[in-house]
Design a protein. Structure first.
Length: 187
């Protein structure tokens, strides 16, 4: 085979692979929020390794930055029920931690249920790991927000996402209690 044919074939193959790996935009119901959403980018990984997973990637070297890839849904069909959000996570060079989170809010915007998987953090570079969150949705709930959180630098992928009702035999996740705030100052 002539050298220029080999070069042309290699260039074409590289172009096809680059196009195949171009991230797709997030579905319209998903978006990035958190303390530093401008320091992160998100999309759908179309590469063979990404398998169509949603991702959240740091754009900076700020180790204190964090953002969340979230989807809000109306709570109406889940009122008075227990729900579970499950996903598999994979990370690359996460400097702080990555995980799942879910929150339930009322019509007034008050948070009535919240949990994140910081107690089971995904750090550094890892293969796929499953995480889940279970919360009760009270009858006065209006909104459920759930997704993945990424802290520091690096990237987290999330797939496949499952959102389902479960029975009362499945325990609800509760955040660990915070230290009591003193009633008098210590000077």
């Amino acid at each position: 085979m002539k050298p220029h044919y080999i070069l042309a074939a290699a260039a074409a193959a590289t172009t096809v692979l680059a196009l195949a790996a171009t991230p797709a935009p997030l579905p319209p119901s998903w978006h990035v929020t958190g303390a530093n959403p401008d320091k992160f980018t998100a999309g759908v990984d179309t590469s063979p390794e990404g398998r169509g997973a949603k991702f959240l990637r740091s754009k900076t070297n700020d180790p204190k930055a964090w953002a969340a890839l979230v989807q809000p849904v109306q709570a109406q069909r889940y009122l008075g029920q227990r729900v579970r959000f499950r996903a598999r996570l994979r990370t690359e060079a996460i400097s702080d931690w990555a995980g799942l989170w879910m929150r339930v809010d009322t019509h007034e915007g008050k948070t009535v249920a919240f949990y994140n998987t910081k107690s089971q953090p995904v750090k550094g570079t890892t293969g796929w790991q499953e995480r889940s969150i279970v919360l009760d949705v009270p009858v006065n709930a209006a909104l459920i927000v759930f997704g993945a959180i990424g802290g520091g630098t690096g990237q987290v992928w999330m797939e496949p996402v499952a959102f389902e009702t479960v029975g009362n035999e499945v325990p609800v996740d509760k955040m660990p209690p915070q230290a009591a705030i003193p009633t008098t100052p210590t000077l």
